[in-house]
Write a protein that binds this ligand. Structure first.
Ligand code: NAD
Ligand code: ZN
Length: 340
């Protein structure tokens, strides 16, 4: 299965299949972490032929998605005399993918890179669309670039070793895509009609369509933030410790649905269907808000809250999104109070 991404400056394929034999006629560095490398590096290197192969191992974890890791990776590339023709391979979850893409975008002003995502979240979300970056003390993903890979290879073989919670977190992003754009997809997930590959493909296809229209998030790309405006606040309030990103997004989707209900849009029946599907996939849907005012104020810490206007992406019904802004503070707080 294949999905083609068409951005103004680059066209490339996302291949969802057993990893093929890959031959690259240049120096190649696989950027990975100890966990992924320990589990799967042989599977990859057995399929890879390069002029010269290097493996750069960065520490595992969101807290290492920083300048120091980038500097370390770039130094290794200079040590090995990489040049403009060299290629990087991102081999890991979203953390490795975002850092490898960023390193590729700045090394000698940009070299090629390939994504081989190994988490479900990276397969359906972070490896698609060309956002790269790192965190710093001012916040998450504040430094980075839009930089598209040469190709993305999605092989579900890697998911056999993925933690159950991490898997569920990826499912949240898949369900998000279905609720926003595709009722039939939603129904098929619900009925268990689709293989994992088929779910990944549809999700990637939907994301690619959005990215093709708006690579740099000047408009429509923001609809991918369903569940995220609330989810980011939840991640923030819990210091990124209690929930995985996808779990916080699942709760955020429930909150966005409540907002939609309050606006008289989403039906009770569909809100319930979404909740049930999330729960069926082992995602949390409950959260206790301690302080509604504090929760509300956190919306304004989000870098996407431009000019102090909160923008919510909500489902009007399953398969159809709506963007709402300039909402009355009291109305939003009324929704938040339901979670008190
Ligand atoms: P992650 O990269 O931290 O991976 C989660 C954990 O799973 C890690 O410990 C990792 O080592 C481990 N792991 C990876 N593959 C494995 C495998 N096959 N078997 C067992 N363990 C494995 O987290 P993630 O959820 O993949 O990605 C989150 C990151 O992605 C965040 O930094 C987020 O900002 C970023 N992101 C980027 C975009 C984008 O558009 N660029 C979109 C969404 C998220
Ligand atoms: Zn997300």
């Amino acid at each position: 299965m294949k999905v083609t991404v068409n951005t103004p400056n680059k066209t490339y394929d996302i291949i969802i299949d057993k990893l093929p034999q890959i031959t690259i006629d240049s120096k190649v560095a696989i950027i990975t972490n100890p966990k992924v490398s320990g589990l799967h590096i042989n599977y990859l290197t057995n399929k890879l032929k390069a002029k010269e192969l290097h493996i750069i191992t960065l520490p595992d974890g969101e807290e290492y998605k920083n300048w120091q890791s980038i500097e370390y990776a770039l130094d290794r590339l200079f040590d090995a005399k990489f040049d403009r023709n060299s290629t990087l391979i991102a081999f890991g979850g979203g953390v490795i993918g975002d850092m490898t893409g960023f390193a590729a975008s700045i090394f000698l002003r940009g070299i090629k890179f390939i994504q081989i995502p190994t988490t479900l979240l990276a397969m359906v979300d972070s490896s698609v669309g060309g956002k790269t970056g790192i965190n710093n003390k001012y916040g998450k993903n504040l430094i980075g670039s839009f930089y598209q890979p040469e190709a993305v290879y999605i092989d579900t073989h890697f998911l056999s070793t993925l933690d159950k919670r991490e898997f569920a977190a990826g499912m949240a992003e898949i369900i998000k895509m279905a609720v926003m754009f595709d009722k039939e997809f939603f129904e098929n997930i619900k009925k268990g009609n689709l293989t994992l590959e088929e779910m990944i493909k549809r999700s990637v296809e939907l994301k690619a369509e959005v990215v093709n229209q708006d690579e740099k998030e000047k408009g429509i790309r923001s609809v991918l933030n369903y569940g995220h405006t609330f989810g980011h606040v939840i991640e923030n309030l819990t210091n990124y410790k209690t929930y995985l990103h996808g779990e916080a997004v699942a709760i955020g989707m429930i909150m966005a649905n409540e907002l939609s209900r309050e606006l008289g849009l989403l039906s009770e029946k569909e809100a319930k269907e979404i909740k049930e599907l999330l729960e069926k996939h082992n995602l949390p849907t409950d959260f206790k808000i301690d302080d509604v005012d504090d929760f509300y104020n956190h919306f304004f810490l989000d870098k996407k809250t431009a000019d102090n206007k909160i923008k919510f992406i909500i489902p009007e019904k399953i398969g159809q999104y709506k963007i709402v802004k300039d909402l009355d503070e009291n109305l939003v707080k009324k929704v938040l109070k339901k979670f008190e």
